[in-house]
Design a protein around this ligand. Structure first.
Ligand code: K1U
Ligand code: ZN
Length: 169
């Protein structure tokens, strides 16, 4: 088990498009274990492989109160989206300290492999649906701040770069 470093916006590696996982083998199972540990340690409700600089289609999520219901989605694909959308407050472990509203589908259906390589269908609404859409965006190289206005996004970029410079000093 290991804590993995999380890429911080505006690192260009966050914009890489992830490739499908070819095989759920020991390497992928170890990555799942490390990503879950990293997500729980960072107090997040989700984490995409992209955020730990692995560009394969793998996400982990836990939206439970008790933080004991891990969900592993390998090669996730959206198969259905609700007609209704709403704006929800989002945060991101790659953009620490920034929260803003993003419009998302209220409910989604997703097919994916689980952590043992078995096919699963997930019918999600509420926070789980929001989190799945946020994490699937990461796999496409998209960070939630890209839904915000250019003015807000540039302010966030400047703030992040300043914080990173100060951390290094
Ligand atoms: O992908 C990530 O960086 C994880 C991210 C997931 C997420 C949070 C909120 C909405 C959509 C997706 C986080 O876990 S950010 C930290 C967090 O726990 C949180 C932030 C705002 C609302 C709820 C939770
Ligand atoms: Zn994120």
């Amino acid at each position: 088990m290991a804590l993995l470093p999380i890429l911080c916006y505006p690192d260009p590696k966050l914009h890489k498009v992830a490739k499908p996982v070819a095989q759920v083998d020991a390497r992928i199972k170890n990555l799942v274990t490390d990503m879950l540990e990293t997500m729980y340690d960072a107090k997040g409700i989700g984490l995409a492989a992209t955020q730990v600089d692995v560009h394969e289609r793998l996400i982990v999520i836990d939206v439970s109160e008790e933080r004991n219901v891990p969900l592993v989605l390998i090669n996730p694909e959206l198969t259905w989206t609700s007609a209704e959308k709403h704006i929800n407050e989002e945060g991101c472990l790659s953009v620490p300290g920034i929260y803003d509203g993003v419009e998302r589908f209220d409910a989604v259906h997703v097919t994916a492999l689980d952590g043992s390589g078995k096919s699963r269908v997930i019918e999600a609404d509420g926070m789980l649906a929001v989190c799945i859409q946020h994490e699937m965006d990461h796999l496409m190289g998209k960070v939630f701040v890209e839904y915000l206005s250019p003015l807000k996004r540039n302010r966030i970029k400047t703030k992040m770069l300043k914080a990173q410079r100060e951390e290094r000093a």
